[in-house]
Write a protein that binds this ligand. Structure first.
Ligand SMILES: *[C@@H]1O[C@H](CO)[C@@H](O)[C@H](O)[C@H]1NC(C)=O
Ligand SMILES: *[C@@H]1O[C@H](CO)[C@@H](O)[C@H](O)[C@H]1NC(C)=O
Length: 349
């Protein structure tokens, strides 16, 4: 604390010297997003630079990625589950009010971030799931029910079935190397050792650059207000019903106007056990720089899961940003007033 204190003081002085709330025209707006999702960042920038609120800009940006099906892992038509179906996880958070709206494992409706916003704006709830989330979204005017599969997702699923349903997300079940139905492994027999080896192999094989490319985006608008959003169709060959970190506040993203924001991507099943974005924002609240806050959140997970793959972006309310990653090289995109176009930042573990 003795080291952080002068920093905090400088931070406060800088903020005061830069004047009154409402004139941050030098530094804001800012848009930051996981991965080189340039079109999504441009869409959000166009909105927020034109005077839209941070929330509106997050919806514009994430919707652009859903329409473009960024990397096949956002929007419809990607990441088939074990039954070949694509479902959507999304979240939006307002850093002024701390309101959150989210949908999880939403079927038959392609507009994840818009559905999340409907939950936030028109209900007192935070998270709706499954087919009931779809019914809500449709009743509030979003298109559906529709088929979220694409010829690519069906092809990917067909290949996976042909490969004995490998890799998959099961553990300690029989059969270990074939398709289901699965049943509990008999305890105390010679197979248990074999299965643990199977599990270790699986950990490294089913997570890759193109299986967990969630968009998590933070926007600071011209008034200095902050919002975040996340949208993904989850992990390929997930067990039907699986909900990842995407719709979990504090895991995939988090925002507080008083502090800043965070977005995350990676192995959501592991990351959601640590709420990395909540931690990043709370670390910054204590005075930690975005870079250190981001690194600290990654290393806390790595101490328990050395093989996990993940990344976070952090931005404080001054617009200072950073990224940190573990297990893969990570890239994030930024557009701010001092740039002519979106810039890509590369982070190494
Ligand atoms: C806001 O601040 C910028 C730069 O600090 C300055 O150029 C601009 O004139 C100010 N605008 C208002 C409305 O005060
Ligand atoms: C959904 O679309 C996919 C890909 O075009 C197709 O293979 C599948 O049969 C469709 N499902 C239904 C129920 O129409």
């Amino acid at each position: 604390m003795a080291i952080l204190h002068p920093l905090l003081l400088a931070f406060l002085l800088l903020f005061q010297a830069n004047g009154n709330e409402g004139n941050n025209s030098g530094r804001f707006p800012v848009v930051i997003s996981t991965w080189p999702f340039e079109e999504a960042v441009r869409a959000a920038w166009l909105a927020v630079d034109g005077g839209s609120s941070a929330i509106d800009a997050v919806v514009e940006g994430c919707s652009a990625c859903e329409e473009l099906r960024c990397d096949g892992t956002v929007g419809p038509g990607g990441s088939p589950d074990e039954n070949g179906e694509s479902t959507i996880d999304a979240l939006i958070m307002n850093g002024i009010t701390m309101e959150v709206g989210a949908v999880a494992a939403m079927r038959y409706v392609k507009d994840g971030i818009k559905a999340a916003r409907l939950v936030m704006d028109y209900t007192r709830h935070t998270l709706l799931v499954g087919e009931q989330a779809s019914a809500f979204a449709i009743s509030m005017g979003l298109p559906g029910p529709m088929n979220l599969s694409s010829s690519e997702s069906i092809q990917k699923w067909t290949n996976w079935k042909a490969n004995g349903c490998q890799p998959n997300f099961w553990k300690n079940v029989m059969p270990a190397d074939g398709c289901g139905p699965y049943h509990l492994q008999e305890t105390g027999n010679a197979c248990s050792k074999h299965n643990w080896i199977g599990e270790t192999k699986l950990k490294t094989s089913h997570v890759g650059h193109h299986s967990h490319d969630t968009i998590s985006m933070a926007v600071i608008d011209k008034k200095g207000h902050i919002a975040v959003g996340t949208s993904t169709n989850g992990a390929s060959f997930k067990i039907p019903g699986r909900v990842g970190d995407g719709p979990i506040a504090g895991s995939s993203s988090y925002a507080d106007d008083e502090v800043g924001a965070c977005g995350a991507t990676g192995d959501g099943d592991i990351m959601m056990r640590f709420l990395p974005c909540y931690q990043v924002v709370e670390s910054m609240r204590q005075g930690m720089e975005p870079r250190l806050a981001a690194k600290d959140a990654m290393s806390r997970i790595a101490r328990k899961y050395p093989d996990f793959m993940g990344a976070v972006i952090a931005i404080n309310r001054e617009g200072v940003h950073a990224g940190a990653c573990h297990g893969w090289t990570f890239q994030y995109s930024v557009r701010s007033t001092d740039m002519d176009d979106v810039e890509i930042f590369t982070v190494v573990p």
